[in-house]
Design a protein around this ligand. Sequence first.
Ligand code: ATP
Length: 617
Amino acid sequence: MRIRVSVRKRPLSLKEKATGEVDVLQVAGGKGRVIVHQPKTRVDLEKVVESGVFEFDNGFGESCGNRQVYEEAVENLVGRVWGGCRGSVFAYGQTGSGKTFTMMGEGKEEGVTILAAEKLLRERKRKGREDLDVYVSLFEIYGGKLFDLLNERKVVKCLEDGKGRVCFLGLTEHKVDDLEDVRRLISEGGEGRSTGSTSKNDASSRSHAVLQFSIRKQKKRRERVGEEFGRLSFIDLAGSERGKDTDKSDKQTRLEGAEINTSLLALKEVIRSLALGSGTQHIPFRGSKLTQVLKDSFVGEDSCSVMIACVGPGGSDVEHTLNTLRYADRVKERGVDGGGGTGGGEANQGEEQMQQMQQMQMQQLRGVNTKNLDGRPGTAPSSRGGGERGGNLGRRSLDAGIGGLGRRSIDGGGGGGRLSEALERREREEKKGKRRESVGGGQAAKENNSQGGGAGADRVASKVRERIRRRSLGMAGGREKAEKEAMKLVEKKIPTIQGGGNKKEKKETERKLLLKQKGKELIECHRSGMTKLLAMVKVEMKMVNQADQNRDFLEEYLNCLEELVERKRDVVGAQSAKLQEWKSAREMVKDMGGREEEEEDIDYLEELGQEEDLRLN
Ligand SMILES: Nc1ncnc2c1ncn2[C@@H]1O[C@H](COP(=O)(O)OP(=O)(O)OP(=O)(O)O)[C@@H](O)[C@H]1O
């Protein structure tokens, strides 16, 4: 599996220009080098600009059209489909960053999907492959379900055949002979897509849209459809967003936002696992509908993918832009050959995987070839800073410009800065004799108490213990009450099941069931997150000890730490997405006059989430 990663910057919109937005993004001459300038005010009120440099396979500035994006990033993949390849092109980015514009086009600017269709149809003629037909299907993934956008939004099932290949039950495929057919189908399907409004985009796509071109052999007698020869999927992912972007939106939009983020995290997790593993590695394709659908594009020797990371240039979006670029950077680093795993059970990724990751980091470090802006071999690893206590690495005053900064200096340098600050703090605390252990989740803290677990970890552990105690008391003393409540719920459900309940009751019951389901998912997600964190803590302990004993290990240590922090963010991100889903479901129940039965648990989880955030920051 190979992933090419490109970045596309859109121009400032009229609205942004009117509000005086500053362009903080520079794409250097189509080479794939992207520079982000992030204005900041330091604690001493000095204004500084942190500049970060990222490198990708391609970079497209605001003056590049869709055709250039297509020719440089996608065309090659289209050609490979005629060799039987299963490929995918996916656009990732913040809401309003230009994903739909790039994929589907707008006005006279044709999207890369149309341009790819043009080549597919042209090649068919040129190669004289009239024995093969081109089919188009278009569906969206919304709320964990698939809807056929070319067949009145009928529900489609995503299954696997005996050979482990993904197939779509109930999805209509439309044979196309010319480009007009494709244009018509795309515009027809686009009308049925779920859209909503966020603070960043008035017509935001609230679903992942998947346009598939299937190359099929002509069907033989008795066959319903011809055998598939190759497949090319274009995925216009729903916008990644932060709670802030949807905080003024309605519950539905927030619930959608949480689901979108969950599936994007699952996609990242899949790519990460693919790059880590050999064939025996578990790949969590079942983490979301999106990853189940994309499975074919990621496994197998003939699979190939292109990611187009879309970014906005505005200063107010710089956090988003950095998030997108970091996500893309991870995909690029990970998206290498190998990754042939077909996915087994939903096993937890434990210590073994972390060790593999550690090894891989070291290998990467040995082969690292980072350049400074001027093209000279750089010193990025050391500029990541721990050894130099580089709290200010990657920071320059406005006058100083950006020259000479290492790659990913915001990410790396800033991270290094945080690390060195933390090290300094630790030293200070040690001197005062009140060093606090700052690693580990609740469970981990419990286990690590013998190693001097500090107040933060203790607090989490005591909360867990308190919760377990309260639970057990409730079970011992309140069984009767619980049974009564269960009966009440069943009684409420009976009229609905018998079809005799009124609409309101039915809705209320459905919402309560949804709330219960979301609660269950939240707790499962929390539990698996804790297991992952625990595995990470074990690796961290080893790393810290090694780095303490052997200073030569410091650079490897910093790289591993960076990876660990990223993984912890993912775990916390997944937990807060699930928490958000649960909260939206709870609000829906409250609206119907329902009671909050699990408030206590959630207060606890919210607090835990805040603890995690504190620990990561
Ligand atoms: N490269 C570009 N050139 C000119 N205008 C662009 C470009 N990219 C995006 N735009 C404009 O920006 C706006 C938002 O773009 P678009 O709808 O494609 O964003 P999106 O990433 O798909 O958002 P969402 O995830 O919310 O659906 C549109 O009005 C579009 O015309």
